[in-house]
Design a protein around this ligand. Structure first.
Ligand SMILES: Cc1cc2nc3c(=O)[nH]c(=O)nc-3n(C[C@H](O)[C@H](O)[C@H](O)COP(=O)(O)OP(=O)(O)OC[C@H]3O[C@@H](n4cnc5c(N)ncnc54)[C@H](O)[C@@H]3O)c2cc1C
Length: 424
């Protein structure tokens, strides 16, 4: 039974929001829990949208966080298909698009992120796609199937995780695929130059073409349809459809209009997410943020802010924020983690080691066979590790990162030396 003495409101019906609602109940909160989402669907997970659901292996029903009936059973009040359009901090109220005004005692902003748009001529043509929502994936799935049937051509802007996963899905339908990427290798800003080439090889083996060192300049169309992509080095790539996979921007509009503090991006420019402390609290003591939209002070990074756009951060950050909203002691110090699947390659990455932060990369295992672990080190200390088609090592990798022990690269590279033994 809900007693209405307190109302906790969650804006954002993604994984972070749904898991926060679940945690409020599992921690025994008996007040009202209201979950607001501008999407019509119940909260769902996004990773399948560029993998199993997109390539046709997973059913639509498999992506949802909870069964639809769970929300009523758990007394979670849903406002689906309704954007929260205004946050009145003085009155502690959120207004929805349909005019409904909802009072909160505590508020969680879990508004996620949205795809960045190409700012070039031709982006309004019918065959230009983005991938964030289930509806996008439904549409893209149909597009890839028909490109496969008709020998059609997909040109993808961006060789990041989503660009590469969609390239793999598109090849599984038999579509022609070209990926355009300004950096010299795929995944450059995550993996650096040392390992990006491996992903270029993997995709080339499956028939993907790459055009590195160039960006989109124009999407050329005729009668509203895509004909080709012109890159800024003057080349033209035939295209029937285009996917813009150039990253995502945190959805901070509501927070910003309400005067909450925002973080800078890592390059110092604004737009880095809602600034929260290690308990995921904003500069307003009754408002929290979690998931893709939150830039949290990370205890393992000396309190520097990090915005992590990955599934595990929504899965764990939503519950952490919920516990903090309930007044529990929270210091959210999860090591960033993500996974990816492309063709027969599955990987997990733990840590944070953008180019410039590490001075050595060490591999253990068979890189050529794509069965290995890569380690990024700085002065002998582990910053990040990625296991590729090697499993059950994430915990050890994360322990090594946390331990900050100085490691011998020869031991790290030697599969005969158990990772656990390096902790001593
Ligand atoms: C195609 C794709 C594939 C991915 N694959 C992986 C993967 O393999 N591994 C991995 O680690 N991560 C992956 N991710 C990232 C992962 O899905 C995200 O980190 C995760 O979805 C973040 O969850 P969230 O709840 O913070 O935000 P979201 O999932 O974005 O949910 C936010 C919700 O809030 C809603 N909303 C926003 N503003 C408002 C408002 N004002 N009013 C009401 N509702 C609002 C949004 O519409 C959305 O429903 C992938 C992401 C995508 C898009």
């Amino acid at each position: 039974m809900v007693d209405a003495h307190q109302t906790f409101v969650i804006v954002g019906g993604g994984l972070a929001g749904a898991k926060a609602a679940e945690t409020l109940r599992s921690e025994g909160f008996t007040g009202r829990v209201i979950l607001i989402s501008d999407e019509r669907e119940h909260p769902y997970e996004r990773p399948p949208l560029s993998k199993g659901y997109l390539n046709g292996k997973d059913e639509r029903d498999s992506v949802f966080v909870h069964e639809p009936g769970w929300y009523a059973q758990a007394d979670i009040e849903l406002h689906l298909g309704q954007p929260a359009v205004q946050l009145d901090r003085a009155a502690k109220a959120v207004s929805l698009g349909d005019g409904t005004r909802i009072h909160y005692d505590k508020l969680l902003l879990a508004t996620g992120a949205e795809p960045r748009r190409l700012d070039i001529p031709g982006t309004d043509l019918a065959g230009v796609h983005h991938l964030r929502r289930l509806a996008h994936a439904e549409r893209l799935r149909g597009v890839l199937a028909s490109l496969g049937r008709d020998n059609g051509h997909l040109v993808i802007a961006g060789a990041g995780w989503i660009g590469l996963e969609v390239a793999a899905a598109a090849r599984s339908y038999g579509a022609e695929v070209t990926v355009v990427e300004p950096e010299p290798t795929p995944l450059h800003r995550v993996l650096g130059p040392e390992l990006g080439g491996l992903f270029a090889d993997l995709h080339r083996e499956h028939g993907v073409r790459f055009h590195f060192g160039a960006g989109f300049e124009e999407i050329i169309g005729q009668n509203g349809m895509v004909l080709a992509v012109r890159t800024d080095d003057g080349e033209e790539h035939p295209a029937h459809d285009v996917l813009a996979a150039i990253g995502a921007a945190p959805r901070t509009a509501l927070a910003e209009a309400a005067g909450l503090d925002l973080a800078d991006r890592t390059d110092g420019t604004p737009g880095g997410g809602i600034a929260v402390d290690a308990s995921l609290r904003t500069n307003d003591p009754d408002i929290y943020a979690a998931g893709d939209v939150a830039a949290a002070e990370h205890p393992l990074l000396g309190g520097a802010r990090l915005r992590v756009e990955h599934w595990a951060n929504a899965l764990n950050g939503g519950p952490a924020a919920a516990r903090a909203m309930l007044g529990k002691e929270v210091s959210y110090d999860r090591i960033p983690y993500f996974f990816s699947d492309q063709y027969d390659v599955g990987l997990e990455y733990s840590g944070y080691a953008p180019p410039g932060s590490y001075d050595q990369v060490v591999c253990r295992g068979d890189v050529g066979k794509r069965e290995f672990i890569a380690f990024w080190l700085s002065e002998g200390r582990l910053l990040a590790g990625m296991n590729v088609n090697v499993w059950d090592v994430t915990e050890q990798i994360q322990q090594l990162i946390r331990s900050r022990v100085v490691l011998d690269p020869h031991d790290l590279a030697d599969p005969a030396v158990p990772l656990q033994s390096l902790l001593a």
